[in-house]
Ligand binder design. Structure first.
Ligand SMILES: [Zn+2]
Length: 192
């Protein structure tokens, strides 16, 4: 979908959206393909402080240039748009997982890193230290649910099109602090 449709879909799902800088044209399209899109990926940032978190996700850091996702979900439940198009969030993951996402079937274990995920997934980075102790406020979890549902609704996908980074790439642990099964159940109920 276009950047404008993305923005519209998020707002229609009841989200408070903050547009950051030139997010519509901020991407890594010059480094590789974007699309066809097949799903939504959820991450945690391992950062503290909303302003700093949004800034890092927009600019990236040494060795990993931004944008690091499309939307940043901060603890207050706002969604900050930092990029649109190819973004550095998913890395290499498992082609069997991608096939399951496309078919909206149960996920196999991610045991291969052979497929470019930045091409195929929308990415939402969520402000959390990822240490298992840092809380996930209700407003933030609801915003994750709404953001993922908004994208699914636009594409006609169900909740099985939403995965965690940990379900995509071997060795990844994000998001930590809630289960993707519980989040998918919420998204399923929202899409009813
Ligand atoms: Zn991640």
């Amino acid at each position: 979908m276009s950047a404008s449709s993305f923005l519209k879909a998020l707002k229609a799902e009841g989200l408070t959206v903050v547009q950051v800088g030139d997010w519509r044209d901020h991407n890594r399209n010059h480094k590789g393909p974007w699309g066809p899109v097949h799903g939504v990926m959820i991450h945690h940032t391992v950062t503290k402080g909303s302003a700093r978190t949004v800034d890092i996700c927009r600019k990236g850091y040494e060795g990993l240039p931004g944008p690091l996702c499309h939307g940043v979900v901060t603890k207050d439940g706002k969604v900050h748009l930092v990029g649109y198009g190819r973004a550095n969030h998913a890395g290499l993951g498992d082609d069997d997982v991608l096939r399951a996402v496309i078919a909206e079937k149960a996920l196999p274990r991610d045991n291969e890193a052979n497929t470019d995920g930045n091409r195929h997934f929308y990415g939402f980075e969520c402000e959390n230290l990822g240490d298992g102790d840092d809380p996930w406020p209700a407003a933030q979890l609801e915003a994750i649910e709404r953001a993922a549902a908004a994208v699914c609704r636009h594409h006609g996908w169900n909740e099985r099109s939403v995965i965690g980074h940990l379900e995509w790439q071997p060795g990844k642990v994000d998001p930590r602090g809630f289960t993707m099964t519980s989040m998918r159940n919420r998204i399923r109920d929202r899409l009813k």
